[in-house]
Design a protein around this ligand. Structure first.
Ligand SMILES: [Zn+2]
Ligand SMILES: [Zn+2]
Length: 334
C-alpha cells in the first residue's frame, strides 16, 4: 500500500505491506484524510516524530480480527471515523492504568495516538485501530464532512468541560480551522459568539455561519485596543500571543478554555488569573458521538472550510499548500 512517512523533516512516499491486525482491531481503507496543523508541526520536528502522520480520517472497515460474526456483520464495509487515543485494553495490557480505570482513556498512561505517538496514521491507503475506537458514519453525512468529526469532537470537548448554557456570550480567539469549528459549536448553545481574528477572509467564513467577528492585529497592541469583556473565552489562536489577550478580555470569575497547542512558550503574566479569579481549562480530544450528531442534524456544516482536495499521491504538495497563507482545510482523497 502507498503511505507517507515523516523522516528528517520531509514527507516521503513509501510502499509497504498492508498492516496486520491484533485481535479486536480493524483494518480501515482510508477514503479521506484531513491535514491538521499538528501534522505540519510533526513535519517540522514536533515530538521528534518519525512515521506516518494523519489522525483526521473517514474510511471503510475492510477487515476485523477476533470478533463475533454479529460484530462482523455490523461493521464490515461500513464507513467509519475513529478516536485517535489507543489505550491499555486495546494495547493488550494485562494491568490497565489508573486513568483507564477511571474511564479517562484519552489520558491513558500507556496510550499511543494515531498518526502522532507510536501508531501509524492516516496518510496511507490503510490504517488500523481498535474496534472500540470506531464510530459508524451515518449515510446522511458525506465523506468530505465526516472527515471533520475528529476536530469537531475536539471542539465539542468544551461542552463536556464547561456548562456553556449558563453564559449569554462567549469569545473565540483565532480564526483558523479549529477556532472556526469551536465558534460554530458554541453558537449552538450560547446566544452571542464573537470571533476575534487577524484574517478578513477567514472572519468572513465565520460571519456566513452567523458568528459575529472583530478584527485584531495579533500582537500586544490588541491589549490596548480590545475593550470588550466576556465571561467565557476560548483561546484557539495557535499563537503564543493568544493567552495574554484571553486573560485581558475575560471577566472577573470568568473562564478561559485553552485550545492552542503551538510548540514553544507563551509570554504571559499570570497575575490577571489571580486578580480576576479566572478559571483556566485545558481542552483536547472530545466526544465523537456529539460531533456526528451535529453534522447529521445540519447544525454545523464544515464544507465551506475546505479549501482544496488533493489525491493521497500528492500528499507532499498538499501539505506544502496547507501552509500557504489564507488556506483553511486541505483534504487528501485516496
Ligand atoms: Zn488534528
Ligand atoms: Zn491506560
Amino acid at each position: 500500500m502507498l503511505s507517507f512517512r515523516v523522516e528528517n523533516r520531509k514527507l516521503k512516499a513509501t510502499s509497504r505491506p498492508r498492516p496486520k491486525l491484533r485481535p479486536g482491531w480493524a483494518r480501515v481503507r482510508v477514503r479521506f484524510v484531513g491535514i491538521c496543523n499538528t501534522d505540519v508541526e510533526l513535519l517540522h520536528g514536533y515530538y521528534n516524530f518519525r512515521g506516518v502522520p494523519g489522525h483526521e480520517f473517514v474510511g471503510t472497515v475492510e477487515e476485523l480480527r477476533g470478533v463475533s460474526a454479529a460484530q462482523k456483520k455490523k461493521w464490515l464495509g461500513r464507513r467509519v471515523c475513529g478516536e485517535i487515543n489507543i489505550s491499555c485494553r486495546a494495547l493488550g495490557r494485562r494491568h490497565v492504568c489508573n486513568f483507564c480505570r477511571r474511564g479517562l482513556k484519552t489520558h491513558c498512561a500507556h496510550r499511543t495516538v494515531l498518526g502522532i505517538i507510536g501508531h501509524p496514521g492516516a496518510y496511507a491507503e490503510y490504517l488500523t485501530l481498535p474496534m472500540e475506537n470506531l464510530h459508524i458514519v451515518p449515510d446522511g453525512i458525506r465523506d468530505e464532512k465526516a472527515v471533520f468529526v475528529e476536530p469537531l469532537a475536539a471542539a465539542c470537548e468544551i461542552l463536556q468541560q464547561v456548562d456553556v448554557g449558563k453564559f449569554r456570550e462567549a469569545a473565540v480567539l483565532g480564526d483558523g480551522k479549529l477556532a472556526q469549528l469551536i465558534a460554530r459549536v458554541l453558537e449552538t448553545a450560547v446566544p452571542r459568539v464573537v470571533m476575534y481574528g487577524k484574517h478578513e477572509k477567514k472572519l468572513g467564513l465565520a460571519r456566513r455561519a452567523g458568528i459575529q467577528t472583530k478584527k485584531v492585529r495579533g500582537d500586544a497592541s490588541d491589549l490596548r485596543r480590545v475593550k470588550e469583556n466576556f465571561p467565557l473565552v476560548v483561546e484557539a489562536t495557535g499563537s503564543p500571543n493568544g493567552l495574554a489577550l484571553a486573560q485581558h478580555i475575560t471577566e472577573p470569575r470568568g473562564t478561559i478554555v485553552v485550545k492552542s497547542t503551538f510548540h514553544g512558550t507563551a509570554p504571559v503574566e499570570t497575575w490577571p488569573i489571580v486578580v480576576k479569579e479566572i478559571t483556566v481549562v485545558g481542552s483536547r480530544c472530545g466526544p465523537f458521538a456529539k460531533a456526528i450528531a451535529l453534522l447529521r442534524s445540519g447544525k454545523i456544516d464544515p464544507l465551506p472550510l475546505v479549501t482544496r482536495i488533493f489525491s493521497l499521491a500528492s500528499a507532499r504538495e498538499a501539505i506544502g499548500y496547507a501552509q500557504q497563507p489564507g488556506v483553511m482545510k486541505v483534504l487528501l482523497k485516496t
